[in-house]
Design a binder for this molecule. Sequence first.
Ligand SMILES: [Zn+2]
Length: 153
Amino acid sequence: MHCPFCRNPDSRVIDSRTSDDGLSIRRRRQCPKCNGRFSTVETASLSVVKRSGAVEPFSRDKVIVGARKACQGRPVTDGDLAILAQKVEEALRQTGQSTFEANEIGLAILDPLRNLDEVAYLRFASVYRAFESLEDFEAAIADLRADRHPNED
Ligand SMILES: [Zn+2]
Protein backbone atom coordinates (compact mmCIF):
# COMPACT_ATOMS: atom_id res chain seq x y z
CA MET A 1 0.00 0.00 0.00
CA HIS A 2 1.35 3.42 -1.01
CA CYS A 3 1.99 6.15 1.53
CA PRO A 4 -1.01 8.53 1.19
CA PHE A 5 1.30 11.55 1.60
CA CYS A 6 4.25 10.88 -0.73
CA ARG A 7 3.11 7.68 -2.53
CA ASN A 8 6.21 5.82 -1.39
CA PRO A 9 5.38 2.10 -1.95
CA ASP A 10 6.88 1.02 1.39
CA SER A 11 5.61 1.48 4.97
CA ARG A 12 6.49 0.14 8.39
CA VAL A 13 3.93 -1.22 10.88
CA ILE A 14 4.36 0.55 14.22
CA ASP A 15 1.28 -0.81 16.02
CA SER A 16 -1.37 -3.53 15.45
CA ARG A 17 -4.63 -3.76 17.29
CA THR A 18 -7.45 -6.29 16.93
CA SER A 19 -10.93 -4.76 17.08
CA ASP A 20 -13.16 -5.60 20.08
CA ASP A 21 -15.26 -8.00 18.01
CA GLY A 22 -12.13 -9.74 16.74
CA LEU A 23 -13.19 -9.29 13.12
CA SER A 24 -10.64 -6.73 11.96
CA ILE A 25 -7.09 -5.60 12.62
CA ARG A 26 -6.08 -1.95 12.64
CA ARG A 27 -2.45 -1.20 11.84
CA ARG A 28 -0.66 2.07 12.46
CA ARG A 29 1.96 2.55 9.77
CA GLN A 30 4.78 4.95 9.20
CA CYS A 31 6.33 5.88 5.88
CA PRO A 32 10.15 5.54 6.07
CA LYS A 33 10.56 8.25 3.43
CA CYS A 34 8.41 11.17 4.69
CA ASN A 35 7.70 9.81 8.24
CA GLY A 36 3.98 10.34 7.62
CA ARG A 37 1.72 8.13 9.76
CA PHE A 38 -1.49 6.47 8.63
CA SER A 39 -3.75 3.54 9.55
CA THR A 40 -4.99 0.54 7.62
CA VAL A 41 -7.83 -1.77 8.59
CA GLU A 42 -7.68 -5.37 7.53
CA THR A 43 -10.79 -7.57 7.39
CA ALA A 44 -11.34 -11.00 5.87
CA SER A 45 -13.08 -10.71 2.51
CA LEU A 46 -16.51 -12.31 2.15
CA SER A 47 -17.49 -14.20 -0.99
CA VAL A 48 -20.86 -14.91 -2.51
CA VAL A 49 -21.57 -17.98 -4.63
CA LYS A 50 -24.18 -17.01 -7.19
CA ARG A 51 -26.84 -19.36 -8.50
CA SER A 52 -24.77 -19.75 -11.66
CA GLY A 53 -21.87 -21.04 -9.53
CA ALA A 54 -19.78 -17.90 -10.15
CA VAL A 55 -18.06 -16.49 -7.06
CA GLU A 56 -17.92 -12.75 -6.45
CA PRO A 57 -16.90 -10.58 -3.51
CA PHE A 58 -19.69 -9.61 -1.11
CA SER A 59 -20.86 -6.09 -1.91
CA ARG A 60 -22.85 -3.78 0.34
CA ASP A 61 -23.93 -1.92 -2.78
CA LYS A 62 -25.69 -5.01 -4.09
CA VAL A 63 -27.49 -5.44 -0.78
CA ILE A 64 -28.64 -1.83 -1.07
CA VAL A 65 -29.85 -2.31 -4.66
CA GLY A 66 -31.82 -5.43 -3.68
CA ALA A 67 -33.36 -3.86 -0.59
CA ARG A 68 -34.15 -0.60 -2.39
CA LYS A 69 -36.39 -2.45 -4.86
CA ALA A 70 -38.46 -3.77 -1.97
CA CYS A 71 -38.60 -0.26 -0.46
CA GLN A 72 -40.08 1.48 -3.52
CA GLY A 73 -42.64 4.05 -2.41
CA ARG A 74 -41.79 3.46 1.25
CA PRO A 75 -40.40 6.09 3.66
CA VAL A 76 -36.89 4.62 3.62
CA THR A 77 -33.84 6.82 2.99
CA ASP A 78 -30.48 6.03 1.39
CA GLY A 79 -28.98 6.43 4.86
CA ASP A 80 -31.36 3.76 6.20
CA LEU A 81 -30.30 1.42 3.41
CA ALA A 82 -26.59 2.06 4.06
CA ILE A 83 -27.08 1.13 7.73
CA LEU A 84 -29.05 -1.93 6.69
CA ALA A 85 -26.22 -3.08 4.40
CA GLN A 86 -23.73 -2.57 7.23
CA LYS A 87 -25.90 -4.70 9.55
CA VAL A 88 -26.11 -7.42 6.92
CA GLU A 89 -22.33 -7.49 6.59
CA GLU A 90 -21.89 -7.61 10.37
CA ALA A 91 -24.39 -10.47 10.65
CA LEU A 92 -22.55 -12.41 7.93
CA ARG A 93 -19.18 -11.87 9.64
CA GLN A 94 -20.61 -13.00 12.98
CA THR A 95 -21.34 -16.44 11.48
CA GLY A 96 -17.60 -17.09 11.14
CA GLN A 97 -18.10 -18.21 7.52
CA SER A 98 -16.39 -16.45 4.65
CA THR A 99 -18.41 -17.89 1.75
CA PHE A 100 -22.17 -17.55 1.39
CA GLU A 101 -24.86 -18.63 -1.05
CA ALA A 102 -26.72 -15.76 -2.70
CA ASN A 103 -29.80 -17.05 -0.90
CA GLU A 104 -28.12 -16.68 2.50
CA ILE A 105 -27.45 -13.03 1.75
CA GLY A 106 -31.16 -12.60 1.01
CA LEU A 107 -32.09 -14.22 4.30
CA ALA A 108 -29.59 -12.03 6.19
CA ILE A 109 -31.36 -8.96 4.77
CA LEU A 110 -34.74 -10.00 6.18
CA ASP A 111 -34.15 -9.22 9.86
CA PRO A 112 -32.83 -5.67 9.52
CA LEU A 113 -35.38 -4.95 6.78
CA ARG A 114 -38.16 -6.04 9.09
CA ASN A 115 -37.04 -3.46 11.64
CA LEU A 116 -36.84 -0.82 8.94
CA ASP A 117 -40.16 -1.22 7.13
CA GLU A 118 -42.71 -4.01 7.46
CA VAL A 119 -44.18 -3.61 3.97
CA ALA A 120 -40.73 -3.76 2.36
CA TYR A 121 -40.00 -6.79 4.54
CA LEU A 122 -43.09 -8.61 3.27
CA ARG A 123 -42.21 -7.83 -0.35
CA PHE A 124 -38.66 -9.05 0.14
CA ALA A 125 -39.68 -12.12 2.15
CA SER A 126 -42.18 -13.15 -0.51
CA VAL A 127 -39.29 -13.49 -2.96
CA TYR A 128 -36.56 -14.93 -0.73
CA ARG A 129 -38.73 -17.30 1.24
CA ALA A 130 -40.66 -18.18 -1.92
CA PHE A 131 -44.17 -17.39 -0.70
CA GLU A 132 -46.57 -19.39 -2.82
CA SER A 133 -49.97 -18.45 -1.50
CA LEU A 134 -51.99 -15.88 0.42
CA GLU A 135 -51.61 -18.15 3.44
CA ASP A 136 -47.84 -17.57 3.37
CA PHE A 137 -48.43 -13.82 3.50
CA GLU A 138 -51.02 -14.24 6.25
CA ALA A 139 -48.60 -16.28 8.34
CA ALA A 140 -45.84 -13.69 7.89
CA ILE A 141 -48.22 -10.84 8.79
CA ALA A 142 -49.44 -12.77 11.86
CA ASP A 143 -45.77 -13.13 12.86
CA LEU A 144 -45.19 -9.40 12.50
CA ARG A 145 -48.31 -8.64 14.59
CA ALA A 146 -47.30 -11.10 17.29
CA ASP A 147 -43.90 -9.41 17.64
CA ARG A 148 -45.29 -5.91 18.00
CA HIS A 149 -45.53 -4.33 21.39
CA PRO A 150 -49.22 -3.86 22.28
CA ASN A 151 -48.95 -0.07 22.58
CA GLU A 152 -47.56 0.30 19.04
CA ASP A 153 -50.82 -0.87 17.45
ZN1 LIG B 1 5.50 9.02 2.67
